[in-house]
Design a protein around this ligand. Structure first.
Ligand code: GLC
Ligand code: CA
Length: 532
């Protein structure tokens, strides 16, 4: 494996949703100096990279995914000097910084779009997609038509997301030059990588009705990220994750990206975004195992994750987030983060955050769920819509981080945060977790330490044992004579037999003497088999 790829196995990325992490100046919104004040917290946890959701200048119609200046920091988050300091201090502490790269669309307030929409003859007009009438019946991801009328030119522009997020025309070479120079601007500052937002959307095919995965996708990715001075960057794309497209985007000879997210195991337990369906952890296991095989055989870098800012908590959908919250959170983390790939931890996972429940819509901010409400309010009962939104809204995972049990949870000194605290924040907060004998945080720390200390968990091969046994995931990690056994039991108590015995290294119930025995629901354990 090429070194720039194999180095990535040492990364442990912590995703920060800057609005909700830590507020430093009492305005109720998390910010850069808040992040700076928590770098030691992250270091203690054992992460060595942070990915920041967009902190660039933005009208915030989609919380920063609508950028009006790619080279400046939004004042709600601080200044460029604050960012420079964050970068310097993070690097001093051995923490890499990964930025969000939002290239499919800009904000409608971006200078390019202001000019583009002013007249057909403006040099920026061609930076976006225009048509005299809607070219098709595409819907915006956030509700309504994907085409919006623009009075000054008498045309419609395309926005696959919000009206305030016009899609950029990547077929225009000038646009590609712009984005290359934006990447270079941040690389010159010293950032270590990019998470590329809806990257597969940058090439479209109107004739074939493709709003993503158009014919030039790979060419454009290579044009930006395949340049020699960028080959050591860590890049991760949000893009389609069929086997074919992962191979095409992340193959080591492709000069495109290092990795793409794989979300298919996060679709279990729901139909669409808002409807729960029964699910079993076995489904998750089978999907993970499938990707594990596929990526290992082809030497592809795989991203290990269960949560991000775009979905309700995995724990609440697939497990027991009440009586067995600790067991479930730690078992899932063990199952996922000891596999072969790059762990991504989303803020709050390390204290076992769970979904909220709110009785009215004023507790929500997410443009997507509010759009869903608007589209359906005349068809469905208020009660049904609220239940769906509580289940599926992206706000579940965007609520302010609860650092302690005080009224403002140590997040801000403002009377109220930008988005109400999660409804269970009195129970689920860092302080309460650390005070408990069953601390999810300490388990995460120990788990990450294990991964860091034993090369087999990073570079080793991975093989499933007893694949036909249900309700568990058991696998071996092996590297140059080092061997480890990972046993994750799911929902029901069951006995294990026929497993190799080894020395216990880690277990969430701290009581297991041997690999063969009765495991409680969501009990997990890791054994050292080296020299056995
Ligand atoms: C990505 C982001 C999401 C955003 C969307 C549009 O999916 O993760 O938060 O709303 O792209 O930029
Ligand atoms: Ca603030």
């Amino acid at each position: 494996m090429k070194k720039e790829f194999s180095d990535c196995y040492d990364l442990v990325v912590y995703q920060i949703y800057p609005r909700s992490f830590k507020d430093s100046n009492g305005d109720g919104i998390g910010d850069i100096n808040g992040i700076l004040s928590k770098l030691d917290y992250l270091k203690d946890l054992g992460v060595n990279a942070i990915w920041l959701c967009p902190i660039f200048k933005s009208p915030q119609c989609d919380n920063g995914y609508d950028i009006s200046d790619y080279r400046d920091i939004d004042p709600i988050y601080g200044t460029m000097a604050d960012f420079d300091r964050l970068l310097t201090v993070a690097h001093e502490k051995g923490i890499k910084v990964i930025m969000d790269f939002v290239a499919n669309h800009t904000s409608s307030e971006h200078e390019w779009f202001r000019r583009a929409r002013s007249s057909k003859s403006d040099p920026y007009h061609d930076y976006y997609y225009w048509a005299d009438k809607p070219l098709n019946d595409w819907r915006s991801e956030f509700g309504g038509s994907a085409w919006e009328y623009n009075e000054p030119t008498g045309e419609y522009y395309l926005h696959c997301f919000a009206v305030g997020q016009p899609d950029v025309n990547w077929n225009n070479p000038k646009v590609r030059e712009e984005f290359k120079s934006i990447v270079d601007f941040w690389v010159k500052k010293g950032v270590d990588g990019f998470r590329c937002d809806v990257l597969d959307h940058i090439s479209k095919d109107f004739e074939k009705g493709l709003r993503r995965n158009g014919p030039h996708l790979h060419e454009y990715i290579r044009e930006v990220f395949g340049r020699d001075h960028l080959l050591n960057l860590y890049t991760v794309g949000e893009a389609e994750t069929t086997e074919e497209s992962i191979l095409a985007t992340c193959g080591q000879d492709r000069r495109e990206l290092k990795s793409v997210f794989q979300f298919s195991h996060l679709m279990v337990g729901r139909k669409g975004r808002y409807t729960p369906v029964p699910c079993r952890m076995d489904e998750v296991k089978d999907i993970l195992e499938g990707w594990e095989r596929f990526t290992e055989e082809r030497d592809l870098l795989y991203v290990l994750l269960t949560d991000n800012h775009d979905r309700p908590w995995f724990l609440s959908r697939t497990g027991n987030d009440r009586e067995l919250r600790y067991e479930c959170a730690t078992c899932v983390a063990t199952m996922v983060y000891l596999l072969r790939g790059v762990p991504f931890i989303y803020e709050g996972q390390e204290i076992g955050c769970a979904n909220s429940h709110f009785d009215d819509l004023t507790a929500f901010n997410d443009v997507e769920c509010l759009g869903y409400y608007e589209e359906n309010k005349d068809k469905e009962s208020e009660e049904k819509l609220l239940a769906e939104i509580n289940f599926g809204s992206r706000d579940n995972s965007r609520r302010p981080f609860a650092w302690d049990g005080s009224p403002n949870h140590g997040f801000t000194t403002a009377a109220a945060p930008w988005l109400p605290y999660a409804s269970r924040s009195d129970e689920i907060n860092l302080e309460a977790d650390l005070a408990s004998e069953k601390s999810i945080w300490r388990y995460y720390r120990d788990l990450l330490a294990l991964r860091r200390e034993r090369v087999a968990f990073r570079q080793g091969s991975c093989r499933q044992l007893q694949p036909s046994k249900k309700d568990c995931y058991v696998y071996l990690r092996e590297y140059e004579g080092e061997r480890f056994l990972v046993v994750c039991n799911f929902e029901r108590e069951q006995r294990f037999t026929g497993l190799p015995e080894g020395r216990l290294l880690l277990s969430n119930l701290k009581r297991r003497a041997g690999a063969n025995g009765v495991y409680a629901p969501y009990e997990c354990a890791v054994y050292d088999l080296t020299n056995r």
